[in-house]
Design a protein around this ligand. Structure first.
Ligand code: HEC
Length: 138
C-alpha cells in the first residue's frame, strides 16, 4: 500500500537528495525530498533550469516522496507513484497523493493541480521537477 510505504520512507531504502531543507512552491514552509537509493543519480540529473536537457524516465512502481514541514514540524507528505502504463499516459502515468501526518489521504489519483505545476518538467524529465545542483546533497 502506497501510504504505508510513504510513512515508512526512512527505513534505509531512500536517500534524501537535498542538503538543507528546501523552500518550495509546494504549500509547505520547507520540504525534504526522498528518492529510492538506486534512482538518486537519475533524480539529480534533472536540471530545473533546463528540462529540455533531461533524459529520464522512471519505472512502474517508483515512489518519490516529499516530506513537508510547517513551522519546523513534520506536516505529512506528497508522493508520486508510477502506476501501470495507460493509467494517465498524458502525464507520465503517475499517481499523485497528498498524505497527512496521520496517514489520511487528502487528495490522490490523477490530481490536476499537481500535474499542472509539474507539467513544465514534461516528458523529458518524466514530470519530475527536480532540484538545482546547488541544493543537492553531495
Ligand atoms: C505550485 C507548483 C506545484 C504544485 C501545485 C505541486 N508541485 Fe510537486 N513539486 C514542485 C516543485 C517546484 C518541485 C521540486 C522541488 C521543490 O522545489 O520543492 C516539486 C517536487 C515534488 C516531488 C519530488 C519529486 C520531484 O518532482 O522533484 C513530489 C513527490 C511532488 N512534488 C508531489 C506533488 C504532489 C503529489 C502534488 C499535488 C498534491 C504536487 N507535487 C503539487 C511544484 C509543485
Amino acid at each position: 500500500m502506497i501510504v504505508e510505504k510513504v510513512m515508512a520512507f526512512d527505513q534505509g531504502d531512500y536517500t534524501k537528495v537535498n542538503l538543507d531543507p528546501l523552500t518550495t512552491e509546494h504549500a509547505a514552509d520547507e520540504v525534504d525530498i526522498w528518492v529510492p537509493n538506486a534512482l538518486v543519480a537519475d533524480y539529480k540529473s534533472i536540471d530545473p533550469a533546463d528540462y529540455s536537457a533531461a533524459n529520464v524516465s522512471f519505472a512502474q512502481g517508483t515512489l518519490l516522496i516529499k516530506q513537508h514541514f510547517a513551522a519546523g514540524s513534520p506536516d505529512g507528505w506528497t508522493a508520486m507513484w508510477k502506476a501501470a502504463a495507460g493509467y494517465n499516459a498524458e502525464a507520465g502515468d503517475w499517481w499523485w497523493g497528498r498524505i497527512a501526518t496521520d496517514g489520511t489521504i487528502v487528495v490522490s489519483g490523477v490530481v490536476d493541480s499537481c500535474i499542472g505545476c509539474h507539467s513544465p518538467a514534461g516528458e523529458n524529465a518524466d514530470w519530475v521537477r527536480g532540484i538545482p545542483a546547488s541544493e543537492q546533497a553531495p
